[in-house]
Design a protein around this ligand. Structure first.
Ligand SMILES: [Zn+2]
Length: 269
């Protein structure tokens, strides 16, 4: 599943080639994605002003509105020549002037595209989202405040999109390891200082993944068409029953909210 770092890597890859271009049309080979894709005629002739990211949504801003895209479970975007032959899962092409198209590939079809006129921040998919983990508002104080008196496992708090967006399972596991916090500890019992360390850890883990082009599983294709790779730099995720790189203790696995959770019983308290 494309996580925040893959989405951000995609954004950085496609933005330079799209800004200032004019949308000339599109080809919808399969409109039945997570929701039916409907692209209004008003989009034609609009100039692309920027490509933004909010949580795992990519937002293509134009003169009058925005296209809000989500890659779902298996989606990827790439810029390709307009005359290149589409594959069986290449469901949407967005054409702009020049000879390139933005092509959405999505075998499992959980991705989505919406058009929003005016300010995209008001869109129903966007408006209730929590803070961005890489923004300055995401701090230990914020986590400490929302955690007050709550018995929910700290890992679930970290993965709650109403609190902070885009911290998927892999990055929640890795951030908690980095901060030395056990995933199942009740959020309300964690001190402000430890939350400050956790917020910093989330930031560092995500920034590192973005730098590496995303720490992905199988389905991600980066903007140059390379397959994603499984990063060797993961400390705990996927390493249950293997020795901790830091201390040699055997890593423990459990499930929290149905999600695979791995931690070091020695390094994490
Ligand atoms: Zn350890």
């Amino acid at each position: 599943m494309p996580e925040l770092p893959e989405v951000e890597t995609t954004r950085r890859g496609i933005e330079p080639a799209m800004v200032g271009r004019t949308i000339t049309g599109w080809t919808l080979r399969q409109p039945r994605l997570r929701w039916p894709v409907v692209l209004p005629d008003v989009l034609r002739g609009q100039r692309i002003r920027g490509v933004r990211r909010r949580a795992k949504y990519l937002v293509i801003e134009t003169d009058n509105g925005s296209l809000i895209l989500h890659l779902g479970m298996s989606g990827s975007l790439r810029l390709t020549r307009a005359d290149s032959e589409p594959g069986p899962h290449d469901h949407v092409d967005l054409r702009f002037d020049g000879d390139r198209v933005l092509r959405l590939t999505d075998p499992r079809r959980f991705g989505s595209i919406h058009y929003q006129e005016g300010d995209w921040h008001t869109h129903w998919l966007i408006k209730d989202l929590g803070v961005e983990p890489l923004d300055n508002e995401f701090t230990g104080d914020l986590l400490h405040r929302v955690a007050r008196k709550r018995r929910v496992a700290v890992k679930l708090l970290l993965m709650d999109a109403r609190v902070v967006v885009g911290v998927g399972n892999i990055y929640a596991n890795e951030s908690l390891f980095r901060a030395g916090i056990r995933p199942r500890v009740a959020a309300g019992r964690i001190s402000r200082d430890r939350f400050a360390l956790l917020a910093q850890s989330v930031r560092e883990v995500l920034a590192q993944a973005i730098q590496q082009g995303g720490t992905t599983l199988r389905d991600f294709v980066d903007e140059s068409g390379r397959r994603g790779y499984f990063s060797q730099s993961l400390n705990v995720y996927g390493r249950e029953e293997q020795p901790c790189y830091q201390c040699g203790t055997v890593l423990k696995g459990l499930r929290i909210g149905q999600r695979a959770t791995v931690y070091c019983p020695n390094c994490q308290r």
